[in-house]
Design a protein around this ligand. Structure first.
Ligand SMILES: [Zn+2]
Length: 293
């Protein structure tokens, strides 16, 4: 599932291709995502120009100006791919939304939802939102008031919003494990199963430890590890553990640097102990029994 580094990687790969482009045509082929694609999506997008590409937590936002953004969440398996303007897009099975960007080729008599190629011509290509498991979402809204975004906690790189004191304060208010706390998008936005496992390894704290039992210096290590792991993961363009691809179809490289995630039974690269896995609430947690306490 795309987490902050993957969404940031998609943003960076797409920004040079889409910023400044005008959305010329939108075809919604399937509305049945986690949150149904709004009926007026196409009407709200056509004719708009993408002014900037932002990220908030695991959301990707294309700023359309006037307080409106085209917002995406990739759920478990969502992808947003840019397809070159020199060829038509043959819609694939799970291509739910196809947006043709600025181009002169006007097709007469085109039908909405038609299965013929979309995006033919010499335009600036097309954006294709593909999501086999359909847990993703897309909509147009004002990011300043959209509840999906306003309910998010601070960004991990926001020193004032996410720091050891804030994390330590939570100890009085929760009975949850430290892993559950870090996965909570209200506490800090953008983390998921892969990076929380890696962060807790780097911080030396076991995932199932109760938050109430995490000491202040450990909170400091967790915050530092969060920023260090995310920074390195972004540098390596995210992790491709199942099917993640960036906006132009490239795999990430950070999966080769995972210390614990999906490494159960393999030796810890720091101490040689065997990495363990425990399943809590259907999510696997991985840790080194020697390096993490
Ligand atoms: Zn170890």
């Amino acid at each position: 599932m795309p987490e902050l580094p993957e969404v940031e990687t998609v943003r960076r790969s797409l920004a040079p291709l889409v910023v400044g482009r005008t959305i010329e045509d939108v075809v919604v082929r399937c509305r049945k995502l986690r949150r149904p694609v709004p009926r007026d999506l196409a009407a709200r997008l056509v004719g708009q120009t993408i002014c900037a590409a932002h990220r908030r937590g695991k959301y990707l936002l294309f700023d359309l100006g006037g307080g409106r953004s085209w917002i995406f969440h990739f759920g478990m398996s969502g992808r947003l791919l840019h397809v070159d303007g020199s060829r038509a897009v043959e819609p694939g099975k799970h291509d739910h939304v196809i947006a043709r960007l600025e181009g002169k080729a006007k097709r007469k008599g085109a039908r909405k939802g038609a299965t013929e190629g979309v995006g033919a011509g010499r335009g600036a290509g097309a954006l294709v939102f593909n999501d086999p498991r359909r847990f993703g979402l897309t909509l147009v809204d004002d990011p300043a008031s959209c509840p999906l975004l306003t309910e998010l906690g601070p960004e991990p790189f926001d020193q004032a919003g996410f720091n050891a004191d804030r994390l330590a304060e939570l100890r009085r208010r929760t009975n949850r494990t430290v892993k559950d706390v870090l996965m909570d998008q209200h506490v800090v936005a953008g983390l998921g199963n892969i990076y929380v496992n890696e962060i807790l390894f780097q911080a030396g704290v076991r995932p199932r430890r109760r938050m109430t039992r995490v000491k202040l210096p450990e909170c400091e290590r967790i915050v530092d590890a969060t920023r260090a792991v995310l920074r390195e993961a972004i540098e390596h363009r995210g992790s491709t553990v199942a099917d993640f691809l960036d906006g132009i179809g490239r795999k990430g490289g950070y999966q080769w640097r995972h210390q614990v995630y999906d490494r159960a039974g393999q030796p810890c690269q720091t101490c040689g102990a065997t990495i363990k896995a425990v399943v809590v609430a259907q999510r696997s947690s991985f840790y080194c029994p020697h390096c993490q306490v």
